[in-house]
Design a binder for this molecule. Structure first.
Ligand code: KIV
Ligand code: ZN
Length: 525
């Protein structure tokens, strides 16, 4: 539903590509960010925060590329309240149609004293200077007093008033550490709007973290009290426990428009597709009971519920599954589909091939998959594109062959052949199951530098025993965390692909550097 004259518009600012990327292991490369940005544009989010350009050359390039490929949503770049950050953000956003610079500085006593080691007056002056500098690049400037949720009210009001006078058009109130309670946070927004003399000249926004599981509740309480922008992420991804989940905020406002008296521009039928895409690219699975986008979100198990729903859907359902895009899970392509149908469907999913060779490679993989699996869904296509990306084609370690043996009463074993920097190498190993044996065989060939396996998870991409298994592994080495993914109808093969993908990211991290992790030099294998 679009915002009507009687209802205020609630701006949806998506930060999946920036705060979401700060989830450990969720770093994305440029092409992946473009794919997600296009899906967000299709979802009709108002603002896409594409990254933190000063953080790394990879992040700069990604923000630049997103700004150039997105036309309908505003593209935003994050910058500390420092000249060099703001100039870098301005440079990255130069080619964009509609751009915003989001600049921030901490205002809570603990952050000012312990982190910035600055006096409050100096913080205020730096905030003003940053906003003025950002206005040289764009008229759309957002200012965040970081850790506002723990800042002193009088000082917070002074900083915000000064930032608006300096030209900030959006004031974002972050609960950086997820400390606030919904009623308290709502009252804070109300007080700021009432007390700050020039508050009507800016849109007030909120950015809530989920450390106490309250990010969505705090955001909604703020909306009820006058906030007109919510910063959120797909699937609630984000630093530590994550940010407010976009799908939950949007559907709460839509389902209870009687209560909130405002509306978003979001095309809610795109929510599930977007959620799947983000999960597939970042390797962060969606929990089955997750509101809106979990596989069980609309599944009625108890007989009483099923009976009620059959008699009248509204007995137990407050939203329709198809309104958030669940019915879109239909067969889209099959064995007999041609190259053109394949290319067209991927274009609709926001994926365009740069060269005919890329298209041909992906199409060949599609045909192999269609031989094994008769019905190909959008989710299968997304996984296939992730697997055939240029980055994967250039990986230093490639799987050549895998043979596993599994027999009741016998020790499972695996024989693996890898191509490492152009040289074929083979190893065998036994293990506690064929996945374990295969990972051990890989470790005999590749010096992983002590990379530690922190997570191994398997999900089916669609339903049925012929569905592709999507495996995520999380590896940690020297403080660097990466997620590796692999998909296949054979889950042993999917696991091996995921492990190899993770190892490749850890040994050649060049343009995927997480903004908060130092990039170590690529080691010898
Ligand atoms: O959590 C936070 O305070 C942030 C700011 C940069 C807005 O992410
Ligand atoms: Zn944040």
């Amino acid at each position: 539903m679009s915002a009507s004259a009687e209802q205020d518009n609630l701006i949806i600012f998506d930060t999946t590509l920036r705060d979401g990327e700060q989830s450990p292991g969720a770093s994305m490369n440029k092409d992946e960010k473009i794919r997600i940005a296009r899906a967000l544009e299709k979802l009709k989010v108002d603002v896409i925060e594409a990254g933190f350009p000063i953080a790394s050359p990879g992040d700069f390039e990604a923000v630049r590329a997103v700004a150039e490929s997105v036309r309908d949503s505003v593209v935003c770049g994050l910058a500390r309240a420092l000249d060099k950050d703001i100039d870098r953000a301005g440079e990255a956003l130069k080619g964009g149609a509609r751009t915003r610079i989001h600049t921030f500085i901490a205002t809570s006593p603990i952050h000012m004293q312990m982190k910035l080691r600055m006096q409050p007056e100096a913080v205020l002056a730096q905030a003003v200077q940053a906003v003025k500098r950002a206005r040289k690049f764009t008229d759309d400037v957002e200012f965040s007093p970081e850790d506002a949720g723990r800042s002193e009210l009088d000082f917070l009001c002074r900083v915000i008033e000064a930032a608006i006078d300096a030209g900030a058009t959006t004031i974002n109130i972050p609960d950086t550490v997820g400390y606030n309670m919904p009623q308290q946070f709502g009252e804070l927004i109300k007080t700021l709007l009432e007390r700050i003399p020039n508050s009507a000249r800016a849109v007030f926004s909120v950015h809530c973290h989920n450390d106490l599981g309250l990010a969505v509740a705090n955001s909604l309480s703020a909306v009820k009290n006058g906030a007109r922008q919510v910063e959120c992420t797909i699937n609630g991804l984000g630093e530590r426990a994550g940010n407010a989940a976009l799908e939950e905020v949007v559907m709460a406002v839509k389902t209870r428009k009687d209560f909130f008296q405002c509306a978003t521009q979001i095309d809610t039928t795109q929510i599930v597709a977007c959620s799947r895409l983000v999960s597939n690219i970042t390797g962060f699975p969606v929990q089955p009971n997750k509101a809106i986008v979990g596989i069980n979100a609309f599944a009625h198990e108890s007989g009483i519920h099923q009976d009620g729903v059959l008699k009248n859907r509204e007995t137990y359902e407050i939203m329709r599954a198809q309104d958030v895009g669940w019915s879109a899970n239909r067969m889209v392509l099959g064995k007999h589909s041609g190259r053109n149908a394949f290319k067209t469907r991927l274009h609709e999913l926001g994926v365009d091939f740069k060269t005919d060779e890329d298209l041909n490679n992906a199409f060949a993989r599609f045909k192999q998959l269609a031989d094994k699996k008769h019905e190909i869904y959008d989710e299968d296509l997304q996984a296939l594109v992730t697997e055939t990306s240029a980055e994967i084609a250039n990986e230093r370690i490639k799987l050549v062959a895998l043979k596993v043996c599994s027999e009741t009463g016998e020790v499972p074993c695996s024989e693996i052949t890898l191509n490492v920097d152009g040289v074929e190498k083979k190893a065998q190993s036994e293990g506690d199951g064929t996945v374990d044996a295969s990972f051990k065989a890989i470790n005999k060939i590749v010096d992983t530098g002590g990379a530690e396996l922190q997570l191994y998870s398997v999900n089916n991409i669609t339903s049925g025993t012929d569905s592709q298994g999507e495996v995520t592994v999380r590896l940690r080495r020297n403080g660097m965390i990466v997620n590796g993914q692999g998909a296949d109808t054979d889950i042993i093969l999917a696991s091996v692909k995921a492990y190899i993908n993770g190892l490749n990211k850890i040994i050649a991290p060049v343009d995927r550097a997480h903004p908060q992790v130092e990039t170590p030099a690529a080691p010898k294998l």
